[in-house]
Design a protein around this ligand. Structure first.
Ligand code: PLP
Length: 393
């Protein structure tokens, strides 16, 4: 059996149509397969590789840490320098009230940890989330995602969850003194990049403050420069009580986090002690990689180039068959009439060396979320291939 057959035979599949490309090398915004064919990466591991694949600062930091130690002990017991250094750097780049970082393995685990934390801190049980939001695939996170197709088969899910319409001012009246927290994506990514109005985000913040519930913003996909500012929430003039991080947080290594004020985070320390337990959360190699990636993002001012690259994409993505283009920095949606049309175009793009895909809750939309430092030449080439694919589809 060849690698592809072994993959299909022994690596558990959750769909009948995996991409099944055998990638043997990745660098910057390019992937190469086993036959030497190259692909311009317009997905970046779903907003993970924001500074490109295998940035030298990241691979260097990983090698250095591997020579010191790997896993030592469950989370939070030893003073592990990579964790400390990253938590320190991260909080220096966040508002003062977001000063305590709990590192997890993944975005979903960050969601789970935050859901537990808000219950402990507020002694309330109701969690409010939004229709068409995505926060992860574990049971707790699944309970709050806003799409019945993806939730239904796993019922019973967590009780006490209320879903509201995103960006609806009227719906905010359902937030009450019984609400432990409201969890929202700063920009709804998997719905096909829907940004709320500034007025709504500010009203949401106000309502949470008035009712004493915590505002949790999921920046797992919108963080680390993706939308043109380091954090998405900066664009709305508000500060959340807790943020969820993941994806680009680890610089290509697995890492998530929920970040809050120390006075909130302290509620995990008693009754019961060890309010959230994780063996591998904040793995030293992941933290070393993530810190190097975030430093590169900042020091090379990669976020500063996002708006110009977004503009270049938008100027090139014009075709009568495109129904709409939406964007929040380098999180771009190209909407077609149907999933079938989108899938045909995506397959043609992959055949011609451009890697893209669709959104979970918006299958008729093509995802364009490349490394943030993709070059203008790569953008021009990739868009040319997309337009050719649309003409052929
Ligand atoms: N939240 C958002 C907004 C996401 O996009 C994702 C993943 O796509 C998650 C949470 C879950 O992260 P993970 O897949 O690391 O569990």
């Amino acid at each position: 059996m060849n690698q592809r057959q072994l993959f299909l035979q022994h690596v558990a599949q959750t769909s009948d149509a995996p991409l099944a490309l055998e990638i043997v090398k990745a660098e910057g915004s390019t992937l190469w397969d086993a036959d030497g064919k190259s692909f311009i990466d317009l997905i970046a591991g779903i907003s993970v590789c924001n500074i490109g694949h295998r940035h030298p600062a990241v691979t260097e930091a990983i090698k250095k840490q591997v020579d010191q130690y790997l896993h030592l002990l469950v989370y939070g017991e030893f003073v592990e320098t990579p964790q400390v250094a990253y938590a320190h750097y991260l909080t220096q780049h966040l508002p003062g009230s977001l000063n305590s970082v709990y590192f997890t393995n993944s975005g979903a685990e960050a969601t789970e940890g935050a859901m537990k934390l808000v219950k402990r801190y507020t002694s309330r049980t109701q969690i409010i989330a939004f229709n068409q939001s995505y926060h992860g695939s574990t049971q707790g996170a699944l309970s709050i995602i806003g799409d019945e197709y993806w939730r239904n088969a796993y019922r019973p899910l967590l009780p006490g969850i209320l879903h509201l319409n995103y960006n609806s001012l009227n719906d905010l009246e359902h937030i009450t003194t019984a609400t432990a927290c409201v969890i929202a994506e700063t920009i709804q990514a998997e719905r096909g990049v829907i940004a709320p109005s500034k007025a709504w985000m500010q009203a949401l913040r106000k309502k949470c403050t008035e009712t004493g519930c915590l505002l949790v913003l999921d920046e797992i996909q919108s963080g680390f420069g993706r939308t043109g500012t380091l954090w998405g929430f900066e664009q709305f003039g508000i500060i959340p009580d807790i943020i969820l991080l993941g994806k680009a947080l680890g610089g290509g290594m697995p890492l998530g986090a929920f970040v809050a004020d120390k006075k909130i985070m302290r509620s995990l320390t008693s009754n019961p002690v060890l309010g959230h337990i994780t063996t591998f959360g904040g793995h030293p190699v992941s933290c070393a990689a993530g810190l190097a990636a975030m430093k590169a993002l900042q020091e090379e001012n990669i976020t500063g180039g996002v708006k110009a690259k977004e503009k270049l994409f938008l100027s090139l993505l014009k075709h009568p068959q495109i129904k709409a283009v939406r964007s929040a920095g380098l999180l771009i949606v190209v909407e077609f009439e149907s999933f079938e049309k989108n899938k045909t175009i995506i397959d043609l793009c992959i055949g011609s060396g451009v890697l893209t895909d669709w959104f979970l809750f918006a299958p008729e939309c093509m995802r364009i979320a490349p490394p943030l430092n993709i070059s203008d030449e790569e953008i021009i080439k990739a868009c040319g291939i997309i337009i050719d694919a649309i003409n052929k589809a």
